[in-house]
Design a protein around this ligand. Sequence first.
Ligand code: NAD
Length: 516
Amino acid sequence: MPELVHTPLEEIDKIYAELRAGFQSGKLKSIAYRKYQILQLGYLIKDNAEQISEALTSDLGRPAFENQFLEIGPCLTDVKNAYSSVEKWAKPEKPPFSINFTPMRAIIYKEAKGVVLVISPFNYPLWLTIGPLVGALAAGNAIVIKPSELTPALDMLLAELIPKYLDSNLVRIVNGSVPESTKLLSLQWDHILYTGGARVGQIVAMAAAKFLTPVTLELGGKSPVIIDPNCDLQMAARRILWGKTVNAGQTCVAPDYILVPRSFQDKFVEALKAAHKSFYPDADGPAARDAYSRIVSPQAYKRLKGLLDGTKGNIVCGGETDENSKFIAPTLVRDVKADDSLMSEEIFGPLLPIVPVEDVDEAIAFINARDHPLALYVFSQDAEFKAKVFKNTQSGAAVANETVIHPGADGLPFGGVGPSGYGAHTGKFTFDTFTHLRSSLDSPSWIDKIIGFRFPPYKASAIKSARAMAPSLPARPTGPPTTEARSKWWGKWFFLALAVAIAGGLTKRAKILVRS
Ligand code: NAD
């Protein structure tokens, strides 16, 4: 593994000053220049995909397939989407019509925040760095990225490639660990997007508060899975196990633990074991070359080994470990209790505890007694079951019959709630994160013919005019509603059907007239 060359601390001030000047130059006011930089970034990835994949494998012991599927592909998608949508995203928007303010030419301009900082974690070091970079560029910001020191091969490669492909007055990389991050956080940024653990998230938020800098915190937590016996069992087992084993479980939205009805645990465990067997058919199992990732660092390995050694649950599959290669096999542990070591913190590794509960009500109560997770999964074929779980819990995302891939779903925001973070990113949401919505009016002189009464000296008639401007409220309620307000969707469909019928009738009539 290559040794990481840290950015000298004294250079960080210089980088910051150069980016401030770069932003002030106004180059990124031009959408064409933003698109040029975004496309350059796309080619940085495309031209060097092989080297990037090798670097990721060197850092994370990861199979090439996962590098392509979970990082390189999603980066190119981000580039493509931003490149083709930035004009639309950046277009000034008119607010809804208002009798009072539309004549004042009310408009919202989408403006860059300025010079922004992106701090990213080790687990998806390419996508969680490049994705925010694409969005920040699309929004017209100058950017510093600070990747994790735990992925030195990729960090060094990016340090070499970024100046070759991107405008150094607008995009820079700072490599290093705590001293470099601390130095970066001592400076005033116009937005910070941090992805990582909650402990460092607090440090970032506190440093930002000193300058009142807005922050997006993309954190983690324990993402639960609820199993309904009425699920497609084989599919559920495969998708859950894949979500837990991809990147060796080092995924912020990996299924952290499973809540399964006690009476269904045996059947469910058997299905997971069968899925495990089908994933790793080689004699070497998951230890086979290119089958499965390794744990990122000796410290992370020790932490996970400690959690595994401490469990009082029954290991039914896996459990093999090797300190030298930082290998921990995908491990299923059944009959896990709430006070188990595996339930003490976010696992962030390939250990999957199965916690038996009585029923869905106990599962919901279990989740609600803990921090809001980043993702909540339910496997069921029953719409009411799924609705019950979603309606009675809170989480960053609520996903049925799938795991892990929702952060890549086009058009969905990705973010947490409460202790799993705040703010959202991916696609247009990253653009929005780095955009200031600048409200604007351009009020013509004739407006004062209508609201000239606002100027002192205040006359008695002025208050009457001001009252007349205030809206009237809907009718006073007679008491709290007894039933939930019904959606009016059927009304829209009724009018649409009516319009189609009328149009059809008219066309038929016109044809008859033409023929006659
Ligand atoms: P981490 O918190 O250890 O490190 C993240 C970043 O913070 C790194 O760049 C690191 O150099 C920097 N950092 C470390 N100490 C710092 C300090 N004292 N001051 C300033 N910066 C510091 O996280 P990690 O181990 O790389 O990632 C794992 C965590 O990230 C998990 O909790 C996971 O759930 C979370 N995560 C969240 C998302 C998401 O999108 N919500 C995505 C990936 C990972």
